[in-house]
Design a protein around this ligand. Structure first.
Ligand SMILES: Cc1ncc(COP(=O)(O)O)c(C=O)c1O
Length: 390
């Protein structure tokens, strides 16, 4: 049965992993926080890694440009998203967050400002602050139909010091997958205000309801020219520990600025396993991914149904993509952080909303990329926290 391999996960095996997800909290806590799946990885990836290990192929990798990874990414973008890219415009990085940090340093100067859209994956906020740039926040707005961009506020927040826009699409943590109309409005603004864009599209493969991710750079050549697109197989194929990502530069000018900012050795080298696994994922992993996305969508639907019946005080709009649910716990009326209460009283670890931006203290992020049984246990523990004594 399709998706069967994602059922019946053995929690003891998961706990024996050395990953952050399963080790940051004591053994009586069920983790549903950091964005990593509990699922077994795709067979072609496992085989590629095994092949390398069986032949002790763990030396320095050849230059990534000669491994075929850039072509694998370019072919994938063309096949899946109709976006034609030149492999020579792609650089291989060890992680998307590295690309984000380097881009902030390369594309802005101290004192200049960078726009982000909270609630947002925390390194977007930290990257700007830690680089000594000014953070301009354009929060998404929670409408009855879901999270929306406030375009007027966005236009108003940009001043002559604003040089860079950090886009996250599909969006972590709201699960929004922006429509073409929304992306085109963003593109117009970016041109009008002469902004450079870093578009983090790491969740591009994880889209539900038969929807389609649209790479921002694919909108028009003049948009591509000012956009650095960051992507990786690490979220969709669950290989985050192997540390491999790509950056596509829409113009030579952009790439020159990026490369001029840091040297190869400052960036660090890549692990050969990450290269092999990523190529296997992009070239041969689609059947696994199709099953994983179907399973995740079913989990999302289950979660939404249970929230409605068992958690009437938690507000959530269904994620259109990613495997994250962004839960507004304001109506629970708890005095402190909901994530602390869920942890202390329910022994379930959810991500704390406060890390995703000011004003989101009453939110938690739930990762539903696990078996249905474990997801149900997460919900039972949340119920315990809610029903327990004050
Ligand atoms: C939007 C987004 N970007 C980047 C990352 C991390 O990517 P990497 O491990 O390649 O730095 C994550 C992980 O959850 C993410 O959600």
């Amino acid at each position: 049965m399709a998706g069967a391999r994602f059922d019946g996960l053995d929690i003891e095996i998961l706990r024996s992993r050395k990953s952050e997800k399963w080790h940051a909290y004591p053994a009586d806590v069920l983790p549903a926080w950091v964005a990593e799946m509990d699922f077994p990885i795709a067979t072609p990836i496992q085989q590629a890694l095994k092949r390398a290990l069986d032949s002790w192929d763990v030396g320095y990798p050849i230059a990534p440009g000669n491994t075929g990874i850039r072509e694998a990414f370019a072919d994938r973008m063309e096949e899946r998203f109709g976006w034609s890219v030149n492999p020579r415009q792609i650089e291989v990085l060890s992680e998307v967050v590295q690309g984000l940090y380097l881009a902030i340093g390369a594309f802005t100067s101290p004192g200049e400002s960078v726009v982000v859209q909270p609630p947002i994956y925390p390194p977007f906020l930290l990257g700007v602050k830690e680089s000594g740039r000014r953070l301009v926040e354009n929060p998404l707005v929670q409408q009855p139909g879901g999270w929306e961009i406030d375009f007027d506020a966005l236009a108003g927040s940009i001043d002559p010091t604003t040089k860079l826009f950090l886009l996250c699409n599909p969006h972590n943590p709201s699960g929004r997958v922006l429509t073409r109309t929304e992306l085109e409005r963003l593109a117009e603004l970016v041109l009008e205000k002469d902004l450079t864009v870093v578009s983090d599209e790491i969740h591009a493969d994880l889209v539900f309801n038969g929807g389609q991710h649209i790479p921002f750079a694919s909108l028009a050549p003049e948009i591509e020219a000012r956009t650095l697109t960051l992507n990786s197989a690490s979220k969709s194929f669950n290989i985050a520990g192997l540390r491999c990502a790509v950056g596509h530069f829409g113009s030579d000018a952009l790439r020159k600025r990026f490369d001029g900012h840091s040297s190869r050795h400052q960036r660090g080298g890549l692990g050969i396993q990450g290269l092999y696994a990523t190529i296997a994922a992009w070239r041969e992993g689609q059947p696994w991914l199709d099953e994983a996305v179907a399973y995740l969508e079913a989990n999302r639907n289950y979660l939404m149904g249970e929230l409605e019946t068992r958690f009437p005080d938690i507000r959530c709009t269904p994620a259109e993509g990613t495997y994250l649910a962004w839960l507004d716990c304001s109506a629970l009326g708890w005095p402190g952080s909901p994530s602390t209460r869920f942890l202390d009283r329910g022994k379930v670890a959810l991500s704390d909303g406060i890390n995703f931006g000011a004003g989101f203290e009453n939110f938690v992020r739930l990762n539903f990329a696990t078996s249905r049984e474990i997801l149900e246990q997460v919900l039972v523990r949340m119920e315990t926290a809610i029903q327990g004594p004050d």
